[in-house]
Structures are given as C-alpha cells and as structure tokens.
Design a protein around this ligand. Structure first.
Ligand SMILES: Cc1cc2nc3c(=O)[nH]c(=O)nc-3n(C[C@H](O)[C@H](O)[C@H](O)COP(=O)(O)O)c2cc1C
Length: 368
C-alpha cells in the first residue's frame, strides 16, 4: 500500500495541515459539569503526536439551555469551559497538530436514559422529535435569532482561543439537520418549505453569522449527512440537482469545506456513478470536501457503538478515490480511538501493527 498521497500538506485559509488525515468528531461524554478535563487535553494531544493532520473535537455545545441532552457533554461557552478548551488547543499545538471544535446544538431530543434534563425544554423547528413525535417547543423567530447569535459567539471564541478552524454540526438529525429534514421541519414560514433548498435558510443564517464573527480567513467546515438516525437509507438530496441547490447557498454563506458523513465511504450517492457523498458534494459545489466512514476498518460505527468489533481493512479503495480527486481530506474515527498512532503507522506502512476496534476503546480517553 502506498499511502504517500494522503501525506501531502493541505492549506486552506487558516488551515495549514501536514497531511490529509482528520480525526472525526467523537462524543466521549467525559466532561465534568460541562467542562472539558485535562485528561481530554492529553487524549487529543496523544492523537496530534500520532501525526493526524487535523483533529475535530467531540461535539461541544453552544450557549442555549437545551443545547445538550446529557450532562457530560462539554460546553463551548462560559469562562471555565473555555479555559478548559484553551488547555486542549495549547496541548494539541504543542504536539504539532491542528484542531477545530465541533459546535453543536442537539435540537429537539429524546430524554437521556439517565433521566437528566436540561434547564430549559428541548427545542426544535416544529416541536417534533427525531421520530416525528410532538415534544418540546417550536422555536420562535426570537429563539432562532438567539441561537444564531450563540453559534456566532462560540465561533468567535474558537478563533480567540487559537483554534485553526471550526466545524458546525449539521448532520445526524441534530438541530441544524432538523431544519433540513422534512420529518422534523413542518414550518410554513421562511425557515420551512417543500424543497430542501427552502429548509436550508436556518443553516445559511448560522453560517453567515459565524463568518461575520470569524472574518474571511478562518476556515469553516460544515458537517452534513444524508442518512438520519434510524433511517440510514434516507437521502435529503435525492439527485445531484437537489444536492447542488442544498449546498450552493451554504457555500455562498461562507462554508469552506463540506464534511460529508457516510457510514461506509465506498457507497455511491446516486445511480449511474460510483462517486460517494463527498465526491458529489465537491463536484456540485466546487468546495473542498472531507470523506468519512469505515476508512481502514471492516464494520461501521453505529454497530461499533453497540459493541461490535471491527478489523483493519486495506486503504486501496480509499486511495483510488483520493487519487482520482474525489475529495480533499479523509476523516477517521474509531481507528484513532483504538490507536493514537494510526496515522504514523499508515505513513510508515506498518500495516501489520494496525489495530482493530473494540468497545474497550470507549472506556478511556488516553491510550496506555
Ligand atoms: C464514540 C463515537 C462518538 C461520535 N460522536 C460524534 C459527534 O459528536 N459528532 C459527529 O458529528 N459524529 C460523531 N460520531 C461519528 C464519527 O464522527 C464518524 O463519522 C464515524 O465514527 C464514522 O467514522 P469511522 O468509521 O472511522 O469510525 C461519533 C462516532 C463514535 C464512534
């Protein structure tokens, strides 16, 4: 396997990466009272030292009462929480890495299994949860303006703390995606509508405000998924034309990179082409894209979260697509939980030393 192509530097605005490998954002639920801990700083530093080019943090929530549905998710607001993140980015830079926080509002969620509830009711586009059932509250225009401002405030904090970029979590059925999705967005005002392009307005306002706060030179990544929780075959954009109509206003609003979440990167997005989601997103938007999903592993991540193990897999198919120019960056999740040195081992072609993923990797942050 010659993976040298993945180890070319990548430059875009504020991003200066030593290679094209990205640590995918992964919720770890180890924060205490919303504050990321020094152990997490060591965890991220260990991955930076293992040579992954860019680290995207676990989802970290903006300043709204119900932006999280569990208590041990890190906040990205308030002096103590931001001091924790300062420690993280300094540790990553010290190890020669680059990093962006994944800014998150979960939206209208199911109650957490622990029974914990946020201080204010869950909120979403239409007061419908991700199964389409009535729950929580429907956002007013004033709420929406406050959420947009909270994303902007978090973005500015990311820049001020010295992060290299930021990612907005617009995937997997959380708030931004709840606006995209017709099951959860039944609004008839300017934030709703029959077409996916019409339901993109909330995300556009978030991106515009984030861009206004961080300036032109700071890289903004937007994570999107066609699939939805419990409906993995779902496609928001059912054709290349719909995909283009979805992404064009987001690119115009200021997105630099689309992070295209798939469970298996090799699955084609539309008929009559083997291009995957990231491949099509790059083709129709002209923007850089990140691919993700079972790179270097046999099983996919949701089965992994349920406890299924996965074995190392060849990167040949990934490299075929990368060398064809389908996408610019490649994100990996579970391989980096199992082994902080995964990227270095790939660079040095130490394939015999690659590890599989087992659920044991989820029990701790720093790998011994
Ligand atoms: C433990 C765990 C937590 C995750 N948390 C998030 C998250 O906070 N935000 C997000 O966008 N994706 C999250 N994901 C999805 C990953 O970013 C990634 O897309 C997925 O694991 C597929 O990559 P992989 O096959 O290399 O693991 C999570 C995945 C795992 C395994």
């Amino acid at each position: 396997m010659d993976a040298a192509a993945l180890f070319q530097p990548f430059h875009l605005k504020s991003l200066h990466l030593k290679n094209c490998l990205v640590m995918a954002p992964m919720t770890r639920s180890f924060a205490t009272g919303g504050i990321i801990t020094p152990e997490s700083a060591r965890y991220y530093q260990q991955r930076a030292a293992g040579e992954v080019g860019l680290i995207l943090s676990e989802g970290t929530v903006i300043d709204r009462g119900s932006s999280a549905n569990e208590p041990d998710i890190p906040h990205f607001h308030g002096a103590p929480a931001l001091a924790g993140w300062q420690h993280v980015i300094d540790a990553v830079h010290e190890a020669g890495g680059a990093m962006g926080p994944q800014l998150w509002h979960m939206g209208l969620m199911e109650d957490h299994s622990s029974g914990w509830l946020p201080p204010t009711p869950f909120e979403g586009p239409s007061g419908l949860d991700r199964a389409g059932h009535p729950k929580g509250v429907q956002l007013t225009d004033a709420d929406i303006a406050d959420i947009v401002a909270a994303f902007g405030k978090a973005a500015l904090a990311a820049k001020q703390l010295g992060f290299d970029c930021l990612e907005l979590h617009g995937a997997h059925g959380y708030l931004i995606d709840q606006f995209f999705w017709d099951l959860t967005n039944k609004r008839t005002d300017k934030y709703g509508g029959q077409s996916l392009a019409a339901r993109t307005r909330f995300a556009v306002e978030v991106v515009q405000e984030v861009r206004r706060q961080v300036g032109e030179d700071f890289a903004i990544i937007l994570r999107l998924s066609q699939w939805k929780p419990d409906d993995y075959a779902y496609q928001l954009a059912k054709s290349p034309a719909e995909l283009e109509a979805w992404l064009a206003p987001l690119a115009a609003a200021g997105v630099d990179i689309f992070h295209c979440s798939q469970r298996r990167f090799w699955e084609p997005q539309f008929a009559d082409s083997d291009l995957n989601f990231a491949g099509w997103a790059k083709k129709v938007s002209g923007k850089s894209t990140i691919t993700v999903g079972s790179v270097g592993l046999t099983g996919e991540f949701l089965s992994g979260l349920r406890g299924e193990s996965a074995e190392p897999r060849s990167l040949d198919e990934l490299l075929r697509r990368f060398n064809r120019g389908d996408f610019d960056l490649v994100a990996v999740g579970r391989p980096l939980l199992a082994d902080p040195n995964w990227a270095r081992k790939i660079r040095e072609n130490r394939t015999q030393e690659l590890k599989g993923f087992t659920k044991e990797s989820l029990t701790h942050l720093v790998t011994k």
